[in-house]
Every structure is written in structure tokens, then in C-alpha cells.
Design a protein around this ligand. Sequence first.
Ligand code: HGY
Ligand code: MN
Ligand code: MN
Length: 395
Amino acid sequence: MPDDFERMWGDLAPVGRSASSGGYFRQPFTSPERELHAWFGEQCTARGLRIESDDFGNVVGWWDIRSDDPAVLTGSHLDSVLDGGAYDGPLGVVSALAAIDLMRARGVVPSRSLGVSVFVEEEGSRFGLACLGSRLAAGAISWDVARSLTDRDGVALGDVVAGGTSSLLAGVGTFVELHVEQGRDLVDRGTAIGVASEIWPHGRYRFDFTGAANHAGTTRMEDRADPMLTYALTVLAANEQARLAGHRATFGRVSVEPNGTNAVPSKVTGWLDARCATDAGLAELVAAIERQAAERTEVDGTSLRLTAESVSGSVAFDPALAAAVAADHEGGDWPIIATQAGHDAGILSAAGIPTAMLFVRNPTGISHSPDEHASIADCLVGVSALADTLERLTR
Ligand code: HGY
Ligand code: MN
Ligand code: MN
């Protein structure tokens, strides 16, 4: 089995990888990501898995078993954030294929169909909405709304994929997603595998600060309406709010118009990624940041427009399923832990499909970075853990 996993992992390693940073640029419906989808199709065909695609680019490879019982689905995503790591997403897909290989090597025949899924645009790195593919598959967003989402070049989702309907989840009774841990809980506990209890609510909010373009030299400081100043103080306010309350607030993306060196900008747009343990806490955090930004616009003579671009409510995974997945393993029960990272599993869980997540230890906890890593040994433990879990669920 190790060679299966390592062979597949080696196939993916060069695809969409930056020569300078070593990070990955696998945005949905771009050639590196389409190359990964083609690879996935070949892997499914090589295993005799029936390939089913929906109108949005989501794909499932089915191990069809004649049964009246609802199917079990496992999988993750192949798209990445900009300059992302190798594991976030692909680890769950490669591990699912390797887990099927391992089950077959063990002589296991499922009592119900078992599918391996790849949902598109989980990161929302191109069209701005997190878990776009799984939201479309689960009916959490309509195609009419999603088709108009645009990327930074103004290309609409409807321009790159046909759209329509999806029935990929119609007969699915349980979903399991294996994912590299994006944090340090497992490494601090000294254990390789964990199970998810919940996903923190989180959202992405666009702050448009408008001011007045002017000369960087001849305009006195007191005569300016500088949106960069309002933006900068909003970033500081968000950081302070989150730090004091134990939440998360990040401005990782900004655009400046006209972005000149010797001019006061006319407009600065910043995107806030905010996350809290509760829905109410998230709303309060964003409201507090918005309030402080608005107060600052009064001082700077600028204006603010706030748009919520992507909001994911809190997810509590099925506790009985989590407990059943985590229990009775060599070396003891797997820990059940919360995550602040969003996943397709959260969308399917919120859509009413009993869902579990397996986490594989990340020795540094770093993610959404070229430095994201998991050891091959832990990845192979993950494959075996996923095979055990799928065996239990398809018995
Ligand atoms: O942003 C997230 O939480 C996830 O990695 N998509
Ligand atoms: Mn992910
Ligand atoms: Mn991610």
C-alpha cells in the first residue's frame, strides 16, 4: 500500500507548484487544477470506479455495490489557496483512493456503495465563496446566484462551467473527509489521528474604503481623505478585537486604487477573514470591527461600504458518529477535537448528511502555506485509519 500512496503523492507533487516559493496555485478551472481532475479520473478508472460528474465540476468515483442501504462517500478537494500547501485537500483525495486499495487488499467487500468525491473550489480562492462546489452539490446555494460570482479578472463562474443541477449526494447516507490538521492539537497531544467535533463559524467580509486621490507631496496631511489610513487603523482594530476575545481576524488581501507611489489613493479594499467559536460571537466581532472602521471614517473624511461575501455557520458534527469513528482503536480512542478551518464536510453536515472528519497530524500546524507538511508515516496511518473507518461504515 505505501507505494500506492507514495506513487500517487509523487504524481501530484509537481502540478501547479511555484518554482520560487514551492507553494501551489491550483485555482478551480485553471490548467493545474484541471490536470489534477484528469489524474483523479484516471485513478478512478484504474480501480474500476464509476465516474459521476455534476454540472458544476464536482466528481465522484463510485465503487458500486447492489444494496438498498444509502451510500458512504469520502473525499475532499484538489484546489488550493494561492501559494498553498500540498496537503490541504489532496491528502483526503489520495488517502481515499489508497484506502480503497487497502480495503481490497484486506479482502473487504462493502455492504453498500462507496464513493470518492472531489468538490471544486473548496477554498473560494477564485470566486470568493468558500466550499462553492459542495454548496452547489448540497443545494446550499442556487446556480442562479453562484453563476454570477466573478474572479479578480471579472470572469464569472457561469463562463467557466455549464451549471445546472447536481444529484451526486442523492443516495449518500454518510460522508467522511480526511484532512491534514490545520493546527497543532494532534502534535501537542502526541497522536497521529483525530476526529472533528465541530467547525467554528467563519466569514469573509469586503471593506471598501473610499477617499480622495491627491498629490503625495503638495497635499498637507490635514487636508487629506486617505482611505489607506482608515484601512490601516481597521486592521489594527480587528487584530486587537480578536486577540482580546480569543477569536480570529485576518486581513490577508488588499487592493489599492490607483496603487501609485506618489499619490494618496482614492480607494482601498480589504478583505477580513473572521472566525469565532459561536455564531453570535462572529456577528459581534464583525460588528465591533465595522463600528471602529466607521468611527475612523469620520476622522479621516473617508467612507466605508461593508459586504459579507462568504459566511459559514457553526457546524457540530454528528456526535454519535464522531464517537463511533473515534472509538476502539489500537492505542486507544482517537481524540475528538474542534477546528477553526472550514471544510466541505461542514457543508454536507449542515445539509443533513451525517458527517465525520479525520485529521492527520501536522507537525508544525502550519497550513495555507508552502510550509504545510505531514510525514509520510502519519499519512499512511491516515490511510489505514480511513480504511478502518470506511470498513466500519460499510459493514
Ligand atoms: O479557509 C478555510 O478555513 C479552509 O481551509 N478552506
Ligand atoms: Mn481544505
Ligand atoms: Mn484550506
